[in-house]
Design a protein around this ligand. Structure first.
Ligand code: COA
Length: 194
């Protein structure tokens, strides 16, 4: 990452809230964590902790300015985070999980979170993003299998769902081998309702 990009991460230049039809897209706050975890439980079930991507997220902080939520009134109805990784020697972001509450799906909220996150990631100077997800959904944002082809993940995954996006052309061209977590360690405990 360039110095300019690092400086931007210290002093984010993003609007705090984007609002549309009563739904706000904004940075996640400490008080959102329990509701975000409930939303992820509802979207993915308990098996979400067994996903291989979780091995790259557990015990780490999400990338700065790249933990986003959608809020409607007092309800948290969408979440998207990105994580620092080294992808076969190249610095990159891991995207996910992305989830929208059942009650708010198919209104464009998932797409809005994706666009906001990707625009921020690019503005911060990140050069590539990888994820594991449905190509049928993510290809509309520019994700494809080819950029992730030389890479491997620390556990089982379906190669057809391992996708990449290069902001800088060729950012992953020479990336080969294992993806490893590089985010700051997170020592906070998640407070959940019993
Ligand atoms: C995927 C998800 C985030 C989409 O949120 P959303 O707010 O409904 O998304 P949008 O309104 O922006 O887009 C809806 C479109 O995406 C399509 N879509 C949703 N999930 C899809 C999938 N897995 N594969 C292909 N298309 C999908 C819808 O059919 C709809 O298509 P249309 O625009 O042609 O009508 C939401 O369905 C969700 O939370 N799912 C459960 C968790 C999940 O699977 N997360 C993503 C995997 S990491």
């Amino acid at each position: 990452m360039t110095l300019m990009a690092a400086a931007r991460m210290v002093a984010p230049v993003f609007p705090l809230v984007v609002q549309c039809s009563g739904v706000s897209l904004r940075d996640e706050r400490a008080g959102d964590v329990a509701a975000r975890e409930d939303l992820l439980d509802a979207a993915f079930g308990p098996a979400r902790f067994e996903k291989t991507c979780e091995r790259l997220r557990e015990g780490r902080q999400a990338a700065r300015s790249l933990a986003l939520v959608a809020a409607h009134g007092g309800d948290l109805v969408g979440t998207l985070r990105f994580w620092h990784v080294e992808a076969g020697g190249a610095p990159a972001l891991l995207l996910g999980p992305l989830a929208v509450a059942d009650s708010h799906r198919a209104f464009g909220l998932g797409g809005a979170l994706m666009r906001m996150g990707l625009e921020r990631a690019q503005a911060l100077g990140h050069e590539a993003v990888i994820l594991v997800g449905d190509e049928a959904y993510y290809k509309r944002f520019g994700f494809a299998r080819a950029p992730a082809q030389g890479l491997d993940l620390p556990g089982w995954y379906d190669p057809a769902r391992f996708l990449g996006l290069e902001f800088a052309p060729g950012a992953l061209a020479h990336a080969k081998g294992m993806v490893v977590a590089t985010g700051l360690k997170d020592r906070r405990r998640i407070a959940r309702a019993a």
